[in-house]
Design a protein around this ligand. Structure first.
Ligand code: ADP
Ligand code: MG
Ligand code: ZN
Length: 477
């Protein structure tokens, strides 16, 4: 039987505001445990929360960037459950009337651009954090995270594979980062994802029974967990069994999802309107101000790069994957006439080095103007493309300028025809047997001669000239 996967993702993103959502505590990550908590975010009796403006502004930015319909009036609700890291016994969230609904984002897939609907985006507060120490057999609780503002982005069940799921997550994260409203860091937990998955027979329209997967804190975990779960559900359905609706945890060590609890229903949470907060009314003028202040977003930038710089779609996509990378590219492209050359060097040499270091463009030791200087030296024929790659590696490692490295190491390309001709003659003189064989028809020896010439010149001879002069010299009888 042929099945297809149906995936819907729920994403929680921490908003990068100075304060928490309903009190004045600092919301910054990494402080000493329990030093950023007050009676309000701890929910002591008698306190009253008050909504701060910044989280709302950030949530509205995201809602606008993802084409949502924004409710002029929305409200908060209490989601009741017990957990040690939730001191109030409830989480303030939005339930019946979310801030924004019916949005979408677009992702690139093998079958072209695909639009994925967003059911809703709402505001809520984060819970604290439990830290389990297995060696001690103890658990600790850090309340610093209580009340840190979150948005939850609920996606439609419209994703068809683990690859698409990761692409979708990366796109959401890229939008959040372009907007500057979230770090989008999965390892630190500022960007978290629960994945809902079901299978259905191909051609069927209804949805099958789903499981919800949690505890994936990197894109590769999401990818592996979904692939594992697709196989698991497929195995059950193939044998005529039924998938049980439940929440499962990804276990990275075992490479499996394991059952955690039977799936909760929303009525289990006894949602009710938060009596301590007023309705959230969004002023139309304020919304318009936010709309016009939005930065250029990934899709728009990608299209502009294609139009303005004549880049292929693939290049534009890679270069606009982060705002910082896009800015770096534009700094370079503005100073040269060859945008495609810039793109090739960034996508090839530069990203390779960064990836090897597990770092990003923000930490790149080679500045945009330093790269431009190198590219100009290649364009002007001062060094060859090949040597340029070595120079780039050294620039990256040593933080030196291209000019300096080329000068110190004597890498200036030999473009003097007479000088090259002399070396060619010498090589032919030293290898009479090979010359003989070449003239008898062993054409592949040409590469051998080129190699000899390059070696004698410390790889600095202009390769085009070497080819020309060598061809001529070998033709002469
Ligand atoms: P809950 O309240 O349990 O989180 P929702 O109905 O709000 O459930 O759905 C949450 C997520 O689950 C959404 O992203 C949605 O797309 C996804 N989802 C719902 N039903 C299915 C299904 N049958 N298969 C896959 N994903 C689903
Ligand atoms: Mg859920
Ligand atoms: Zn507080």
């Amino acid at each position: 039987m042929d099945y297809e996967a149906v995936i819907g993702l729920e994403v929680h993103a921490q908003l990068k505001t100075a304060s928490k959502i309903f009190c004045g505590c600092s919301a910054t990550y990494g402080a000493e445990p329990n030093t950023r908590a007050c009676p309000i975010c701890l929910g002591l009796p008698g306190i009253l929360p008050a909504l701060n403006k910044k989280p709302v502004e950030y949530a509205l930015m995201m809602a606008l960037a993802t084409h949502c319909h924004i409710s002029p009036e929305s409200g908060f609700a209490r989601k009741n459950y017990f957990y040690p890291d939730l001191p109030k016994g409830y989480q303030i969230s939005q339930y019946e009337s979310p801030l924004a609904e019916h949005g979408w984002i677009e992702i690139e897939t093998d079958q072209g651009t695909k639009r994925i609907g967003l059911t809703r985006i709402h505001l809520e507060e984060d819970a604290g954090k439990s830290i389990h120490n297995d060696a001690e057999g103890l658990s600790y609780i850090d309340f610093n995270r209580c009340g840190v503002p979150l948005i939850e982005v609920v996606g439609e069940p419209a994703i068809s594979s683990s690859e698409e799921a990761v692409t979708y997550l990366k796109k959401l994260r890229s939008i959040l980062r372009y907007l500057g409203i979230s770090d989008g860091n999965m390892e630190e937990g500022s960007f978290r994802c629960d994945a809902n998955l079901s299978l259905r027979r191909k051609g069927v329209r209804g949805l099958g029974t789903r499981t919800e997967l949690k505890n994936m804190n990197s894109f590769s975990h999401v990818h592996k967990a979904l692939d594992y779960e697709i196989k698991r559900q497929w195995g059950i359905l193939e044998c005529g069994g039924e998938v049980i609706q439940e929440t499962r945890l990804w276990n990275e060590n075992e490479g499996k999802t394991l059952p955690m609890r039977s799936k909760e229903e929303s009525h289990d949470y006894r949602y009710f309107p938060e009596p301590d907060l007023l309705p959230l009314v969004v002023d139309q003028r304020w919304l318009d101000e936010i709309r016009v202040s939005l930065p250029e977003l990934p899709d728009a930038k990608m299209k502009r790069f294609i139009d303005q710089y004549g880049l292929p779609r693939y290049d534009s996509e890679v270069l606009t994957s982060s705002r910082e990378l896009a800015d770096y590219f534009e700094l370079c492209a503005r100073e040269t006439s060859d945008a495609k050359m810039v793109s090739n060097w960034i996508m090839g040499e530069l990203l390779r080095e960064l990836k090897g270091d597990d770092s990003t463009i923000e930490d790149c030791p080679v500045t945009a103007s330093a790269l431009v200087e190198l590219l100009k030296m290649i364009k002007d024929g001062i060094i060859s493309w090949r040597i340029g790659k070595d120079v780039f590696k050294e620039m990256y490692r040593e933080g030196e300028s291209a000019r300096r490295i080329v000068k110190d190491r004597g890498l200036i390309q030999i473009s003097d025809e007479r000088e090259i001709a002399l070396i060619v003659k010498q090589v032919l003189r030293e290898n009479p047997d090979q010359v003989d064989e070449y003239r008898k028809g062993k054409g592949q020896l040409f590469g051998f001669f080129v190699g000899q010439v390059m070696e004698k010149t410390g790889r600095t001879a202009n390769p085009r000239l070497v080819n020309e002069i060598l061809t001529r010299a070998l033709e002469e009888q």
